[in-house]
Design a binder for this molecule. Structure first.
Ligand SMILES: [Fe+2]
Length: 149
């Protein structure tokens, strides 16, 4: 019936990691807007590393486990496509930071912020909840495998 709240479930673990990535993103954006490039570049590197780790876990571990239950070609396929859109924007961010081009960087972060907010909301409100429901004991086991980058 009711699930123990400890250890944290897979959905909670991944939602928490979304928030950590969001904080790195906000810090990068703030420093870039101020022209504080060394810090902005460090934050961008940390943000992209954290995101790549998160996206890879979803694509290689979470989605395949879910697809065993719900089949491929549904919501996980949409999430994979959105991940690719994000990766393109990560590259734009990196290039903007390397060129110390505020306009280019903030153009990329503006688009990425909207995409990430919508994507993360869909995952947290729909996909992670579904995973917690359908994966059974596999959910907490996968949560245990997830380590932050
Ligand atoms: Fe995702």
């Amino acid at each position: 019936m009711s699930k123990p709240r400890n250890p944290p479930g897979l959905g909670d673990t991944l939602a928490q990691d979304h928030h950590r990535c969001d904080e790195l993103f906000a810090s990068a954006e703030k420093h870039a807007a101020r022209g504080e490039w060394p810090q902005a570049q460090r934050d961008i590197t940390a943000f992209i590393e954290a995101m790549n780790h998160h996206l890879a876990f979803e694509e290689q571990t979470l989605f395949p486990a879910l697809e065993q239950v719900i089949g491929a070609g549904g919501p996980t396929q949409v999430m994979r496509m959105e991940h690719e859109q994000m990766r393109t924007l990560f590259r734009d961010m990196q290039q903007g930071a390397q060129a110390q081009d505020t306009q280019r960087l903030l153009g990329a972060t503006e688009t990425l912020l909207i995409l990430m907010q919508q994507h993360n909301m869909k995952e947290e409100n729909i996909l992670y909840r579904l995973a917690d429901q359908v994966l059974g004991a596999q959910g907490p086991a996968l949560a245990g495998q997830f380590t932050q980058a």
